[in-house]
Design a protein around this ligand. Structure first.
Ligand code: IPM
Ligand code: MG
Length: 357
């Protein structure tokens, strides 16, 4: 029996509920395919601030580095919103990404046929569906650049800086080219090269690398246009590669056109054996503890873990197929239920998925 040690970072808000759902699904799939999982919880975010005064305790970092993989819920909430930037729950997320060297963030966004009616775009726009893989750079750019306060032209000002090295651009672009190669071989690199110097280096570096991937069709798109194209004609995209902040913004937009942000999983990868899997949505404090959250993004993140971290594609596919079935049968959580359609709770949705494994 194969044995995998998973660190659990439940975090804040709906984090604990959705992580528990994914753990139940992993246990069920493990029984079916003879995989033994051990789960070790660690504190992160607001929960860690409350328990030990810091958002990312050393024991959490050490636990994640020692584990075979990491499953994370979400961090943050109004309770901790007034803390200084470096003490906020979100800082823990950046900290763990950095500590684990997770420079790649894969965020797949596809339209489930069953959710066509939940998509806010006109039917003729999504006629052919869409299946996009966003490759977001995750440990560089403005999220990690120099920041602070200083005296400026108009008195005190705050600043954040965007910096990208050729090495950082090249390694994420390589992941994107490799990803495109396994899909429809189309890569769009998104930047703001008409204004930003970092974007000009980005574009140049991506194009230099393209010589190694003659089978992949590369094009560039400015980020403002990309925001528009995502809602105008999402089916034109296969793989997207972009910087940390542009990827953050565009992946929320992409999630909304799938029907709900509660659907999108993600995998954060280091290029080596380390990885962290989490839904792209936040901690949704407004519905925390109410058994209302959609667990699907986290359940699908667990499926990505089985595939990318453990190479257990049969078990991963079983989870994806079970989610498909549940949606096709018309089951919905509150975020997806429209017009008073009766909504399942988090636990009920999890039960439905497990029954169909
Ligand atoms: C995400 C989130 C985080 C990010 C926040 C919570 C720091 O929005 O994972 O997309 O911006 O990366
Ligand atoms: Mg985000």
């Amino acid at each position: 029996m194969k044995q995998y040690n998973i660190a659990l970072l439940r975090g804040d808000g709906i984090g604990p509920e959705i992580v528990d759902s994914a753990v139940r699904v992993l246990k069920a799939v493990g029984e079916k395919y003879s995989l033994a999982f051990t789960f070790t919880p660690y504190l992160i975010g607001g929960a860690a601030i409350d328990a030990c005064g810091e958002p990312l305790p050393k024991t959490t970092v050490e636990g994640c580095l020692a584990a075979d993989s990491v499953l994370l819920g979400a961090v943050g909430g109004p309770k901790w919103d007034n803390l200084a930037g470096n003490l906020r729950p979100e800082k823990a997320l950046l900290g763990i990404r950095e500590a684990m060297g997770l420079f790649t963030n894969l965020r797949p966004a596809k339209l489930y046929p069953a959710l066509k009616d939940e998509c806010p775009l006109r039917a003729d726009i999504v006629e052919n569906g869409f299946d996009i893989m966003i490759v977001r750079e995750l440990t560089g750019g403005i999220y990690f650049g120099e920041r602070g306060y200083r005296e400026g032209k108009y008195g005190q000002e705050a600043f954040d800086t965007e910096a990208y090295s050729r090495m950082e651009i090249e390694r994420i672009a390589r992941v994107a080219f490799e990803t495109a190669r396994k899909r429809r071989k189309k890569l769009v690199s998104i930047d703001k090269a008409n204004v930003l110097e970092t974007s000009r280096l980005w574009r140049k570096t991506v194009h230099e690398l393209a010589a190694e991937y003659p089978d992949v069709e590369l094009s560039d798109m400015l980020v403002d246009n990309a925001a528009m194209q995502l809602v105008r004609n999402p089916s034109q995209f296969d793989v997207i590669v972009t910087s940390n902040m542009f990827g953050d913004i565009l992946s929320d937009e992409a999630s909304q056109i799938t029907g709900s942000i509660g659907m999108l999983p993600s995998a954060s990868l280091s290029g080596g054996s380390r990885g962290l899997y989490e839904p792209i949505h936040g901690s949704a404090p407004d519905i925390a503890g109410q058994n209302k959250a959609n667990p699907i993004a986290t359940v699908l993140s667990a499926a990505m873990m089985l595939l990318y971290a453990f190479n257990e594609s049969t078990a991963a596919n079983a989870i994806v197929a079970a989610v498909d079935k549940v949606l096709n049968e018309g089951y919905r959580t509150a975020d997806l239920a429209r017009g008073g359609a009766s909504a399942l709770t988090t636990v009920e949705m999890t039960d439905k998925i497990i029954e169909r494994l």
